[in-house]
Design a protein around this ligand. Structure first.
Ligand code: PLP
Length: 493
């Protein structure tokens, strides 16, 4: 077979039909970017044009572009198309693969492919330091019962019931029992305590799951737009990312089956999709589980803030519907308690427990025993359920305050998305507005509202701003709406 010869300069790619086309296209475009043949901010031809030029399917092109986007080489702008990232580091542009780096530090080009992908993934982003409204995902830390927590910790020390030696990598046994009991009752998860692995926040759950379940190069579905932490964990495992669109019913399973039917794993946030806030419908849940069974694929269920559903009882988990042991259920105490605690849990499918436990031990042995013991007491003595109930009422008030302030000051400019669950709401901007630009302008005004496009690998039809409310008082939320209003009012048509 003769090699396929495409394309207009500067790509000049020659694809060998014997090797995976998507990989070659990814490599070719990446090299063109690194060598500066495709300069920062250059607009790429559309996927349709590239596919036609190169004589490959559009799917091949979009998989390659998604990977480049996940690794930070290209970026999408609302309705404008795909561009080479403006922020490529100088080292990447100037240093050849074997040249020594300035200052004796190894060049980025010498990292593993996974290391490079991670370095460019944009995770964890800038959302660290003191939170300002409307940073999403921040719990009401002002209302955490710190004195009670300190009393429980003090009691453990006083009564010499602190586990000081190495602990079980799967977690402190009474905590695993307490978690199993909680997720069975509150989330409809089907499990025993033996399946529960205590992890350092859901992030470690995602990381361990990706490494235990995927080989480098395996395809993983990710929600588009979706959670950057999931993307980073999958990139760290060497996965090839396949974006699957999310609509008002949640992940579009049929679209995933069309574009990447051979995927080995799907990441979903079914109770409250991050960042759009929609819920995965019952029909889609069944479709997803049917696909997983047929494809012998795994599903990662990220159930990060399902405790907060205001109009009805929390929805049961996807794991509870799974008859085939294909769903890995992941939960966290970052949203119900506080993220600095770094405790979460994985419910491993039957038969995978030993692999998860060994992966955890290989990573860092186990989570700190004192925090696990205090948390076991906190749950066991009923404080956890009471705290969540109190926080649900508080977050509802805060959500109402935000909705009210937005509709009074910004009605007609910012259109709020679904808000019946969670800790943030999406504020859609008028069509055609560059949400990254608006977000940057708001940051100058002291308001933190990440743009929706930050969470998307492809250009969006319409931009928006993430508005977290759980972590901020009514007053702080109203004041932030007032500070944001002048910039946003300018968008009024
Ligand atoms: C979608 C999603 N999953 C999980 C988490 C929690 O991460 P962790 O448990 O590692 O703190 C967050 C926090 O922002 C999130 O937005």
């Amino acid at each position: 077979m003769s090699p396929r010869r495409p394309a207009s300069p500067p790509f000049l790619l020659t694809l060998d039909p014997q090797r995976p086309l998507q990989r070659q296209l990814y490599d070719g475009l990446r090299q063109a970017i690194v060598a500066g043949r495709l300069p920062p901010a250059a607009r790429l031809p559309s996927a349709r044009l590239l596919a036609a030029d190169l004589g490959v399917s559009r799917n091949t092109v979009t998989l390659a572009l998604d990977q480049l986007s996940a690794e930070g080489y290209v970026e999408g702008h609302v309705r404008a198309g795909t561009f080479v990232s403006r922020t490529l580091p100088e080292t990447l542009l100037q240093i050849g693969a074997s040249a020594p780096a300035r200052g004796g530090r190894p060049a980025e080009a010498e990292l593993s492919q996974r290391g490079r992908a991670l370095a460019r993934s944009g995770f964890p982003g800038s959302a660290l330091g003191r939170p300002r409204p409307f940073r999403p995902g921040i719990a009401g830390l002002d209302a955490f019962p710190a004195a009670l927590w300190a009393r429980l910790a003090g009691r453990r020390w006083r009564t010499a019931r602190v586990p000081l030696g190495y602990g079980d990598p799967a977690g402190y046994p009474p905590l695993r029992e307490a978690i199993a009991d909680y997720v069975r009752r509150a989330r409809g998860v089907r499990c025993t305590a033996d399946q529960v692995l205590v992890v350092s926040g859901s992030q470690q759950g995602l990381d361990l799951a990706a490494r235990v379940l995927l080989d480098p190069g395996d395809i993983a579905w990710i929600e588009e737009p979706g959670y950057l932490g999931a993307r980073a964990a999958l990139l760290a495992a060497g996965a090839t990312l396949a974006t699957v669109p999310v609509d008002r019913h949640g992940l579009d399973v049929a679209a995933g089956e069309r574009s990447a039917p051979e995927a080995r794993l799907a990441y979903v946030s079914p109770s409250h999709q991050f960042p759009l806030g929609v819920t995965l419908s019952a029909t889609r849940r069944l479709e997803l589980l049917r696909w997983a069974r047929r494809a012998r694929a795994w599903v990662l269920e990220d159930d990060y803030d399902s405790e907060y559903r205001y109009a009805s009882r929390p929805l049961a988990s996807l794991q509870g519907l799974d008859e085939d042991g294909r769903v890995v259920y992941i939960g966290t105490f970052s949203k119900t308690l506080f993220p600095g605690l770094r405790l979460g849990y994985v419910v491993a499918p039957p038969g995978t427990e030993a692999a998860f436990r060994a992966a955890r031990a290989a990573a860092d042995r186990h989570s700190p025993s004192l925090e696990q013991a205090v948390l076991a007491d906190f749950i066991g003595e009923g404080h956890f359920v009471r705290h969540v109930r109190r926080m649900r009422a508080l977050y509802l008030e805060r959500r109402d305050a935000l909705q009210d302030a937005v509709s009074r000051r910004l009605g007609g400019v910012v259109e709020l998305g679904p808000a019946e669950a969670g800790m943030h709401v999406l504020g859609w901007l008028p069509s055609g507005v560059d949400d990254a630009r608006v977000s940057a302008a708001l940051a100058d005004a002291g308001v933190e509202a990440p743009p929706l496009s930050r969470y998307a690998l492809r250009p969006l039809e319409r931009g928006g701003l993430l508005l977290g409310y759980a972590g901020f008082s009514d007053r702080a939320l109203r004041a932030a709406v007032d500070r944001a209003a002048p910039e946003l009012e300018r968008l009024r048509s």
